[in-house]
Design a protein around this ligand. Structure first.
Ligand SMILES: [Zn+2]
Length: 64
């Protein structure tokens, strides 16, 4: 599911690193402090850096 952040304000994006399986949860409300509301979940995913192994964009995500 690809959505713009404006439409999922009360949700979180769970990003799981494909390389090391580390999961990070970003609350959408907090993401909007640094990115635009027109940003898509796909763009967030592709820009996400794993804090554990530093892989960029190599991950899967879900919104809930
Ligand atoms: Zn990783």
């Amino acid at each position: 599911m690809v959505a713009t952040l404006n439409t999922i304000l009360d949700k979180s994006i769970h990003i799981t690193c494909a390389a090391c399986n580390h999961t990070v949860v970003h609350e959408v409300a907090n993401l909007l402090l640094v990115v635009d509301g027109d940003t898509t979940t796909h763009q967030v995913r592709s820009r996400a850096t794993c804090p554990k192994c530093l892989a960029v964009g190599d991950n899967t995500y879900r919104v809930e």
